[in-house]
Write a protein that binds this ligand. Structure first.
Ligand SMILES: Cc1ncc(C[n+]2csc(CCOP(=O)(O)OP(=O)(O)O)c2C)c(N)n1
Ligand code: SF4
Length: 301
């Protein structure tokens, strides 16, 4: 296994050019910059319509140095399968294929092609950056939008359903590697993508990527919001490797401390949750306490 990276040992070469079309404070742009360093230059990225297509721009003025295929919304995993087949028929080896899609493109419209590819065991890394909404088209709710969040199509009561657990769905496919990470923890993100690269078969990585305009906070707080998501237990960092679940990084530390930050600190920082009443917040806290109570029980010394 590669040695643990530090901020000083990350590859120096930038594969995202300085200057791109993402909003300031975009969690995706941090994740993409670090993620491409982990994937390396010998990678073909497959991207559906999303903020990432906007961030990248179009050849010949694209903001990244990677060969990137822009495909239709539902077809990321199917197109990545096609790229693998093309590489095989050309006899090209040593090239990583990565699908990189938003949560709408993953949890909703692209889920069937992803499920099919995972069931076949296609040898690619599928990365979902989860900004918890269809942000590129103006903040609509997606399958992974959390309960209570106001969006342009849940404008009065907020979303009334729970966030879809896509990593759990992918884990049910019994693929060799599933991991969650967050753009606020670049080394965690880097390590997990680098690890996935060395594993054969379908790998799934879910990245929480805070989004200032969609979530309603000052762009300077992108890292703070991401860290609070983890420290409150709202979003957990873990790996499921060969069906074995383990909390990692900052979530692992919470397990050791046995103490979470109150979730109200996370929710109150974001305008999208302004419609939540105290009882709604208490309900979110209860659900977190239940899940984390089970972790404390499961992993006690
Ligand atoms: C079949 C189809 N339906 C709708 C669209 C319009 N569309 C383009 S990007 C997008 C939102 C993508 O949301 P997500 O995958 O969550 O990525 P984000 O924009 O949040 O980065 C939509 C609905 C499309 N391109 N194709
Ligand atoms: S809308 Fe959100 S995800 Fe999209 S570019 Fe802006 S900050 Fe990034």
């Amino acid at each position: 296994m590669p040695s643990k990276p530090t901020i000083l040992t990350l590859p120096e070469e930038e594969l995202v050019h300085p200057g791109n079309r993402a909003c300031s404070g975009c969690g995706l742009s941090i994740a993409y910059r670090i993620g491409l360093k982990a994937l390396g230059k010998d990678t073909i990225v497959v991207v559906p319509p999303s903020c990432l297509t906007v961030l990248q721009g179009l050849y010949p003025v694209a903001a990244t140095k990677m060969p990137s295929l822009n495909v239709t919304f539902a077809s990321t995993a199917a197109a990545a399968t096609g790229v693998l087949a093309a590489l095989r028929s050309l006899g090209k080896q040593g090239i990583t294929v990565a699908g990189w899609a938003g949560d709408g493109g993953t949890s909703d419209i692209g889920l069937q092609s992803l499920s099919g590819a995972a069931e076949r065991g296609e040898d690619f890394i599928y990365i979902c950056y989860d900004n918890e909404g269809y942000m590129n088209t103006g903040v609509q709710r997606s399958g992974t939008t959390p309960r209570g969040a106001l969006t342009t199509n849940t404008p009065v009561f907020g979303k009334t359903q729970d966030k879809k657990n896509v990593p759990a769905i992918m884990s049910a496919h019994e693929i060799p590697y599933v991991a969650t990470t967050c753009s606020a923890y670049p080394l965690d993100l880097y390590t997990k993508i680098e690890k996935a690269k060395a594993i054969r078969g379908t790998k799934y990585i879910h990245i929480l990527a805070p989004c200032p305009p969609g979530w309603g906070y000052d762009p300077k707080y992108t890292v703070k919001v991401g860290k609070l998501a983890v420290e409150t237990g709202m979003y957990d960092l873990y790996e499921i490797e060969n069906r074995e679940f383990r909390l990692t990084g900052a979530s692992r530390k919470l397990l050791e401390k046995r103490k979470l930050v109150p979730v109200s600190e996370y929710l109150k920082m974001q305008d999208r949750f302004r419609g939540m009443k105290d009882a709604d917040i208490e309900d979110v806290q209860r659900r977190i306490n239940k899940r984390w109570g089970a972790y404390f029980e499961m992993f006690k010394e």
